[in-house]
Design a protein around this ligand. Sequence first.
Ligand code: NAP
Length: 305
Amino acid sequence: MSTTWHVLGAGSLGTLWAARLARAGLPVRLILRDKARLASYQAVSGLTLVEQGQARTYPVTGETVDSPEPIHRLLVACKAYDAPGAVAQLEHRLAPDAELILLQNGLGSQDAVAAQLPLARCIFASSTEGAFRESDWCVVFAGHGYTWLGDASHPTAPLWLDDLRGAGIPHEWNTDILTRLWRKLALNCAINPLTVLHQCRNGGLQDHQCEVATLCAELAELLECCGQPAAAQDLQAEVERVIQATAANYSSMYQDVANGRRTEISYLLGYACQAATRHQLSLPHLQQLQVRLVNHLSAHGLPSD
Ligand code: NAP
């Protein structure tokens, strides 16, 4: 009998994973934030995933944190700012051998969760898949990609990667997951805040090449200082490639701000600036970027943490 996949958070990525695991016949249970959300979910017939214009509904069982069943495998699919609190509510249900897969973008929330649960195995993930909520319980699979998974303290891959293979979730075990997460954080810091401040698509940053180059130089210095030289390599060239390849897209931070949603700033630019302070590094442009972004968010009535 396969171990049940408990999925915490039925948003974009949580639904994308839960639907594909359920489609492969694997046992999946969705953990929703409260009774009201559970009642709303139970009023529909399951999770709907829209792929290439085709919608299919998967009848995944929902529950709240108060459900009694022990949890052996937990996919944490909340935003970075919600993850530690949401996991804490489930602590009493985690089996001694529990494994958690943390899908959060940026850095900081994974360490916070791991520190709460010293006995559990916490696997960090970095994904280039893209999905968005069309409505409650209905998610559009918008961009095919890859998910890298790794555990900075144990290089051995878990056996359940076979479940992902069976479910058609493209993935790779990565023994250097921190390098991948740092690199993604640096790319995000060089692009996303500027798209918010200049109110432009990613391609609009081609008009701000000097600003981007200065930020890349400071970010590379930070990565080196944080023991991540591989993540620093050719950073500017990759940032320029990403800007070109995604020129028509609005960054995720731009979309969050445009839709009045809280951003994950504390786990991206905020995390980078905190690391710089810890290492007593002076990175004036990065720090100024954070001040400008925080002011912009406050001016739009959005939280700046
Ligand atoms: P999302 O659509 O906002 O989904 C987050 C879900 O977490 C929501 O359904 C929310 O519940 C739920 N949640 C929050 N607190 C909870 C709690 N205490 N108990 C139960 N559920 C709780 O976010 P997302 O886009 O999937 O992003 C998740 C993470 O993946 C982020 O760190 C993001 O940066 C990263 N990521 C996303 C994508 C993407 O394409 N979406 C791609 C790569 C990485 P409610 O529905 O009740 O609000």
